[in-house]
Design a protein. Sequence first.
Length: 437
Amino acid sequence: MRSIRAAAVGAVTMSLALAASACGGGSSGGGSDDSPKTLTYWASNQGASVAIDKQVLQPELDKFEKQSGIKVKLEVVPWSDLLNRILTATTSGQGPDVLNIGNTWSASLQATGALLPWGTKNFDKIGGKDRFVDSALGSTGANGKDPAAVPLYSMAYALYYNKDIFAEAGIDKPPATWDELIADGKKIQAKGKSVLGAEGANVSENIHHVFVFAKQHGADFFTADGKPDFTNDKIVAAVQQYIDLMAKDKVIPAGDAEYAQNQSVSDFAKGKQAMLLWQSAAANLKSQGMSEDKYGIAPVPVQSGAPGTGTQINSMVAGINIAVFNNSHNIDGATDFVKFMTSDEEQKILNKAYSSVPPVKNAQSDPAFNTPSNSVLKDTLAKSAAALPQVASESQFETAVGTAVKDLFADAAGGRAVTAESVKAALEKAQQQMPAA
């Protein structure tokens, strides 16, 4: 999802089944075009602030208006509000024409019937489906169905490390495994520095990390037929390993259990912590005053060996998709806007601004996306990233399990024991919150 994804708290309280029946546009995509000169656009908060996003986006929207004669009314929606806002719009039928969605929500929002399907005919209107890289298309909806959205920004997790802190601690290379990270942490702490930043109260961040740990343990949160399987032994071990980075290994500070709004990025940018696990963080760090020569970027650690497929997965396929509401009064204009935002030129401009990777193949060839840091992200997306489950209950999964991890971090920070039994109990409670099959 975003470069900055805060917790979508409370998203499960709204029924997706209700959304499916209440959405004004249905699933036909046959909205009228009786407002041909205006569009409303909900953009996700990608930069360090809403104000920065407006500075990035408004010139491009002005450019689109000059080319098309269509004025785009922009609202940048914080991640803490975005999913609830979208779900409310699907039930009321009062949504924007075009919106950004976290790519992990694609299948859940697809199930509501609220979003325009992107079959061959609609993809042809924006230049064809084959313009987009396969990894990005893999997070646009359930398998076997027309995508519910179009890839806009691609991202991957990486390990960012402070070069000065590493040098002071006598560490000459970034850790490649979790054992190495923990060992390096002891050297860093001996110099009076904190080791690794995290966002323990950020539901979405929690899901991203425990998903990766689960993959590294050879486990999935859902069975092959889409049923939740949160309490199997490998999932429990994966979640406990992540929590133990605070509870047992002490590399994540206890105070980070309360972080939910980018504080770990700020700590890293200010030199307070030696390492950070984050999605495509360069633009965010730059906006907070950290120059690129002060940090290095490396793949997220694995259990052993090097990143790859299977148990060597080290990132979820992160990113943002752009979607059109079915009940838009300007389907043609909305489709033209998607075409504009995913054009080769705009993909270069926007992804440079957000230090993300273009999901459009031609734009990826631009030299700006072949820097050492972007090479790590592109390599991760191509070789060692996996899409979160593309199931209809994905958004409920994020909230239920992400909240369970949040509570476990709170236990760790409060000095309460985090055991396999307590982890399993938290995951069992999360599974009980999932909708019945």
